[in-house]
Design a protein. Structure first.
Length: 335
């Protein structure tokens, strides 16, 4: 099987010849492993099955001399501490909404890298990524605390903003999938959860976010593509809803807040999962032997019958020992 065939097989909940995998790295982890392997280009050689290409212009890891980065929405990100993503400093208000300048969904060069990836990496499963897609885009522009309060106190503003973001996303989807019809899936990044549960509560999520998410996912499926979503946190109570509105694959499948073994069995044949290897406990604090044993167990118990893409539950952080990353990669590669 090619990488693309293997991923498609597990998304159809069929048994693959081996479990597909995809390992991402934060900036510090990538630097650490480049030194460990003595190869700055090591990441291109580890056998990742997915080629994930962002089309919303966020340059990961880029920051100016002052430690800040400004994205295409005009939003400033404080990356003085976190070099990968940082913290957005949003200040959009109800009064500013009508005058807000939205980026061009079909801006020049937006889909160039995606088109090149489809052409050059035809054996990989190509994913068009809309990072910070709806809830995250909204709270990033407004500020997290202010937006969560508005979800209680100012629903007209919240709904107007979400509808503007939805319209932008739908236009991006149509433009990108027309330009690159051979893309295999679309990935939406949208953290709904904390370690304790759904941030705004499941009821408010279903009221304000679910109908708009359903329209995004339906548009992707209208183009004949799989729907991938990312949400960190304890959001298992939303899985039935996500299945019902068309999600094919859920990431990152955090084992600290979701029992990956029970959940995989419960949703067998209905929802695939991508992630599941602990970045909070196992990888940073385990031994190489413990990492090896747990990854082998996950591949056998969660992945062998399909419905699973093996991966760390986040881009591998910088506090993970190089030996542990190498142990994980060795198990994934040697199936």
């Amino acid at each position: 099987m090619t990488h693309k065939q293997r991923v498609t097989t597990v998304l159809r909940h069929e048994r693959p010849d081996k479990v597909p995998y995809h390992v991402g790295f934060t900036v510090p982890a990538r630097q650490k492993m480049a030194e460990f392997y003595g190869d700055a280009d090591f990441a291109s050689k580890i056998g990742n099955h997915l080629a994930v290409v962002p089309v919303i212009r966020v340059e990961w890891g880029v920051r100016g001399p002052d430690g800040y980065y400004t994205d295409e929405f005009g939003l400033r990100w404080n990356r003085q501490v976190d070099a990968d993503i940082g913290m957005p400093e949003g200040n959009l208000t109800r009064e500013k909404l009508n005058d807000f300048h939205w980026p061009d969904p079909d801006a020049p060069n937006r889909f160039d890298r995606l088109a090149e990836t489809v052409e050059r990496q035809s054996d990989q499963f190509v994913v068009m990524a809309l990072d910070f897609s709806l809830f995250e885009r909204a709270w990033g522009l407004v500020g997290l605390e202010r937006f969560l309060l508005a979800m209680i106190e100012d629903l007209p503003f919240v709904e107007a903003l979400l509808d503007r973001i939805l319209a932008f996303n739908l236009d991006v989807l149509d433009a990108g999938l027309r330009r690159c019809p051979d893309v295999d899936a679309v990935y939406f990044g949208d953290d709904f959860g904390s370690q304790l549960g759904v941030m705004m509560g499941a009821g408010r999520w279903r009221e304000l976010l679910m109908p708009r998410l359903a329209r995004q996912y339906a548009r992707v499926r209208d183009h004949g593509k799989f729907v991938f979503i990312h949400s960190c946190g304890k959001v298992g109570e939303l899985f039935d809803d996500l299945v019902n509105i068309g999600v094919s694959c859920f990431n990152p499948f955090q084992p600290e807040v979701i029992d990956i073994y029970e959940t995989k069995e419960k949703y067998r044949g209905r929802l695939a999962f991508w992630g599941g290897i602990s970045t909070q406990q196992l990888l940073p604090y385990g031994t190489p032997g413990e990492v090896r044993a747990e990854v082998e167990r996950i591949l056998e118990k969660v992945g062998r019958e399909g419905g699973y893409i093996a991966a760390p539950a986040h881009d591998t952080p910088g506090d993970v020992p190089a030996e542990n990353i190498a142990a994980m990669l060795d198990v994934l590669q040697s199936q």
